[in-house]
Structures are given as C-alpha cells and as structure tokens.
Design a protein around this ligand. Structure first.
Ligand code: B12
Ligand code: SF4
Length: 509
C-alpha cells in the first residue's frame, strides 16, 4: 500500500523537533571490536524531511557522547515541541532514560524505529507518550504539527498510545509512494567529521552509509523488518547518484557502504547505476549486501571496476535442509557459484553464518564448516541465532528464552534461548571456525601436509574429546573410550592475530 497522490501535504511549520539516537558507542561492549559506526540514516532522513516541511530540527546524536548531557542541554536550550527517539533493542535503557528527560520537561515524547514497534508496551510504560509504527516521515510531521498547536494526537495514523492501562493502535499509514522525493539525509545536523575522521584513522578511508531502497521482498524466518515489512521500493539511479555525488564533493567520502537489505535486486537498476557512475566520473570504493540468488556474476567485472571492494553474503548454513527451515529461499549451488565468481573477480566476500537455529544438528554444523573450508571467505561472522522480537524465530523460541534480561537483548555473544545443545557447544563450534580461518591464513606459509595434519588433529579432538565432554556424555563412557578430561584449547595468540574480521554475534542483515 502506498500513499495516494491526492493525500494532503502535511506541514510542520514552526514546530521545534529534537531527534535523538540514544546509541552510546562507548557503552557497547561489541563496539570496539565489531560495530562499524555510521550515523543513523533513519534519524537523518526524518530530520531532513521535517525540515522540508517547515520544522526547526535538531539532532542529538549520542554515538560519541559519554552521557545524556547533550540531550539535557538541547531540551533546555532548544525547547522542543516534540522529542523523537530512534530505538534499537540494544539501546532500550538509554531510550527510556531520554523519555524520562522528555517527560520531566513536558515535551511530547515519541519513540520510533525497529525496537519500539515490536514491544510498544515497554516504551509506553517506560515514559514515552507515543510509539510510531513503520515508516516515520509522515507520522512524525503530523505529530510535530499537532504538538506545536497543543492538539491531541491520539487519532494520528500509524501510532500506538496508552490510555486507561490499554494500548490503542491507530490504522497504519501507507508507505511513501515516491522515495525519490525524499531529501538527502541531514548530514549537516550532526558531526559528520567525527564519523569520517574515525574511519580515516582506522582504515585510511572516509566511509559513509547510503541507502538506495526501502524494504525487502523476502521472508527469512529470523529477520525483523519492523519499518518497511515486505514492501520494496527502489530509488532511481539518478537520485542515488545525486546523493553519492553530494557525499563525495561535500564530505570527501571515498568509501560507501550500501546499507540496503539487498543491494541491486533489479538488473536494469544496477546497470543504470554503473552507467551513471561512469558518466559522472564518480570514483569511490564500495561494499554492499547481496543475496546469492540475486548477485549478477556477469556484472561483477564492471562492479569491480567501479570500485566494488566487498560483498556481504548471507550464506547462513551449509545445510540445504537448514536453509529451507529458515525459509531463506537460496540454494547451496548458488552459494558455490557466487563464491567462485567473487573469487575470480577479486572481490572480497564476507559470509554471515548462523549456528543454533532451531532444528539444527551437529551434522548440519559440520556441513557448514565443510562449505566454509571449501571456499574460505576472506571475512566472516559466525553468530548464534538471535531471536529478535517480532520474528517467526522469536515466536518459535518464545517459551525457551533464557532470562528476562536476555529477552531485551538483540545481540551479544550468548545463546539467548534453550537450543538443541548447550551454549558451550556453540562456543566450541565457533572456535572451530576460527581455527579453520587461522589455518586458511597459513596457507602458503606452511606446508600443505602440515596444515592437513593440524586440521585432522582439531577434527579428531572435536569428535573424540570436545563433543562428548560438552554434551555431557557420562564419565564412564569417556573412560571406556579412554578419553582424558582435557582443557579446551584456545586459539594460540599468534594464530588468532591472523584471523579475519569476525563477529560472533551480529544479526545485521
Ligand atoms: C545499516 C544497518 C546497520 C549499520 C548502521 C547502523 C546505523 N547507525 O544506522 C550497522 C552495520 C552499523 C548496524 C549496526 C547494528 N544494527 Co543494524 N541495521 C542496519 C539496517 C540494515 C539498515 C538501517 C537503515 O538505515 N534503515 C533505513 C532507515 C530509513 O530506516 P529506519 O532506521 O528503520 O528508520 C525508519 C523507521 O524505523 C522510522 N523511525 C526510525 N527512528 C524513528 C524515530 C522516531 C521518533 C519516529 C517517529 C520514527 C522513526 O522512520 C524511519 C524512516 O522511515 C537495518 C535493517 C533495516 N532494513 O532497517 C539493521 C537493523 C536496524 N540493525 C539491527 C541491529 C540489531 C543492529 C546492531 C544492534 C547489531 C549488533 N548486535 O551489533 C547494531 C547496533 C549499532 C547501532 N549503532 O545502533 C536490527 C535492529 C533490530 C532491533 N529490534 O533492534 C535491524 C532492524 C536488522 C535486523 N533485521 O535485525 N546496523
Ligand atoms: S534476511 Fe535479508 S533477504 Fe532475508 S528477509 Fe531479511 S533482509 Fe530480506
């Protein structure tokens, strides 16, 4: 469903809106190692949209902050009519703390983004007046106008409020019809240089994130798509090229991360983008996320020439049975073809792999490891399945969530539900991937036969020692097989230094 062309244009002239992204990088234990910092495109697009409709907008981006001080100051100095907070499961406590600041200042306080939509009651009980569902541009504009005029908001479309202890959900709002008309993100409202400079110091590149589409038409069972559901809308190549050009010219961006759920779904679009990059003489390197069934191997040469550096692939499992259980919609043969084509085109591949999905057996994990061995991707992440609220995976394991605290988390290194095997088993399996990656890095430096022996030794240890031990095989059985009680080995420091970029639990798709 999209917004009918005849819908009246909403206006927020004069309203003062403060938008907050309550993610404090320094509080995130994963940040230093794994999380790549980009400003929230959702917040910046909302800010730009509101500004176009006459609102005065400030963004309090807490990414590099040490406390909520900047929000306090902004509330005091800017006197917003509306305080809008972007939410992810990871940032729930901070989002609620911001809501309390809004409450104290008697500002209309609105939560939006992936997490609030999936558990609105937590946000409304925690101090928010309103939770906005789905795409936020029109809803926030209307809310800002009402807040300015002190009008009630409970009938605004696309929101959830609470009254007399019950939740009230208004009818959803149609999606924006023309996402080409969206303004460029309001980069000027945040400290872009803080992000770009950090990247430059770390990698030598000035990296920025760009989104060319909204939504994803697929339906993987673990995937949370709270904002755009299964809708899919693509911006035209020309619109995307304008945004890229602005980033390159104004911010000297030389590396782009395309953040689309699935980049370049349509061939014609991709060719249009490549043509445009050539015509405009735009040079930067880039990375994107693709599905193995949609990557176009025949275009890889052109993409590489245009600057394609890395492709993130949701490989997930080396077991076709598990891919089907996950409703992934991909075939292992496609993984094989794409992995080979990327290698031939000299494009780095980053594989997302997932362990612990309900129904997975140790043999399935073995198949995944075998696939990993065959293609040795340059980078990878092996996560333990994370049940994000609002997904079918979450519903499947809802009764097996491990603790109240775990229910609130979206990521981490822990097993968040009672799976087929104990957490230590999955940790060990993750370590096997690390070992494998380390061995692959040693290729060319060590004799192939030595590598084979090392691999066999680890496999042997896995079968004879680690698995019975971790699955709690009775001691008598162990002694019958003369298996000593070992200490689990860690990857030696020198090998671990060689390992590729790994995150143990990053459910980002
Ligand atoms: C790109 C991306 C990243 C990038 C950049 C993050 C960033 N700072 O933007 C990186 C790789 C760094 C990243 C990291 C993480 N991500 Co991420 N990421 C995405 C991805 C693919 C796109 C985000 C995006 O730009 N969307 C486009 C914008 C336009 O949409 P939006 O942000 O949802 O905003 C719209 C609406 O939600 C709404 N809205 C949003 N905020 C607000 C606020 C108000 C007041 C209102 C009214 C409306 C509103 O209006 C917006 C415009 O229509 C999404 C999946 C997705 N398709 O959204 C996952 C996603 C957001 N990430 C997710 C997660 C879990 C993470 C991590 C926590 C992973 C981890 N364990 O480390 C980290 C968190 C780090 C952080 N800084 O917050 C989950 C969130 C799930 C949840 N319930 O919390 C998602 C949904 C992926 C998934 N399916 O699991 N991520
Ligand atoms: S995991 Fe990727 S392909 Fe699957 S539904 Fe989610 S965004 Fe779409």
């Amino acid at each position: 469903m999209t917004e009918p062309a005849a819908a009246p244009r909403l206006d927020a002239s004069g309203a003062r809106v403060l938008l907050v992204d309550p993610y404090l990088a320094q509080e995130d234990p994963m940040e230093r190692k794994f999380v790549e910092l980009y400003p929230s495109l959702g917040v910046l697009t909302l800010a730009a949209f509101l500004r176009e409709r006459g609102a005065k907008v400030r963004v309090s981006d807490l990414t590099f902050a040490r406390s909520l001080g900047p929000v306090r100051q902004a509330i005091r100095g800017f006197h917003p009519d509306l305080l809008g907070v972007h939410t992810k499961s990871l940032t729930l406590p901070r989002a609620l703390a911001v809501a309390r600041l809004g409450q104290a200042a008697r500002v209309l306080t609105v939560a939006g983004g992936p997490d609030a939509v999936t558990r609105p009651e937590v946000y409304l009980e925690g101090g928010f007046d309103v939770v906005a569902t789905g795409e936020g541009e029109l809803t926030l504009t209307e809310l800002a106008g009402r807040a300015l005029r002190n009008e009630p908001v409970s009938d605004v479309r696309g929101i959830i409020t609470r009254a007399d202890g019950a939740l009230h959900r208004t009818p959803g709002r149609p999606f924006l019809e023309d996402i080409d008309a969206l303004p460029h993100p309001a980069w000027d409202l945040i400290d872009m240089e803080a992000y770009l400079g950090r990247w430059e110091r770390r990698t030598g590149e000035r990296r920025s994130a760009v989104l060319t589409s909204r939504g994803c038409p697929f339906d993987c069972s673990w995937c949370s798509k709270p904002a755009f559901g299964r809708s899919f809308r693509q911006q035209s190549p020309a619109r995307v090229l304008d945004e890229l050009e602005a980033l390159v010219r104004n911010y000297r961006v030389d590396y782009v991360r395309f953040c689309d759920d699935v980049f370049g779904i349509q061939r014609r679009w991709l060719v249009g983008l490549l043509d445009g990059l050539e015509e405009r003489g735009l040079r930067f390197r880039f990375e994107c996320l693709a599905r193995v069934d949609l990557l176009k191997p025949d275009l890889l040469g052109r993409l590489k020439q245009a600057g394609l550096e890395r492709v993130y692939l949701g490989v997930e499992s080396g077991s076709q049975r598990m891919l089907d259980v996950m409703n992934r919609g991909t075939r292992l043969t496609q993984v094989e073809q794409v992995a080979t084509s990327l290698r031939e085109a000299n494009v780095r591949q980053f594989w997302f792999l997932m362990l612990g999905y309900p129904g997975e057996t140790l043999e399935d994990i073995e198949e995944t490891l075998r696939l990993f061995r065959r293609f040795s991707p340059e980078e990878y992440s092996v996560s333990i399945a994370v049940p994000v609220p609002g997904t079918r995976l979450y519903d499947t394991v809802r009764d097996r969530l491990r603790s109240h605290r775990a229910k609130g988390r979206s990521g981490g290194v822990s097993l968040l539900f009672e799976a087929a095997y104990p957490q230590s088993m999955y940790r060990w399996e993750q370590a096997r991937f690390r070992w494998e990656a380390a061995l692959q890095q040693l290729r060319g430096r060590l004799d192939a036969s030595v590598l084979r022996q090392l691999r066999l030794a680890v496999d042997e240890f896995h079968t004879r020692v680690a698995t019975p031990l971790l699955l709690g095989t009775p001691t008598r059985a162990r002694s019958r097989h003369r298996i000593p009680r070992p200490r689990l080995p860690k990857v030696p420091a020198r090998l671990s230094a060689l390992r590729p970029r790994i995150s143990v639990n990053r459910p980002v798709r």
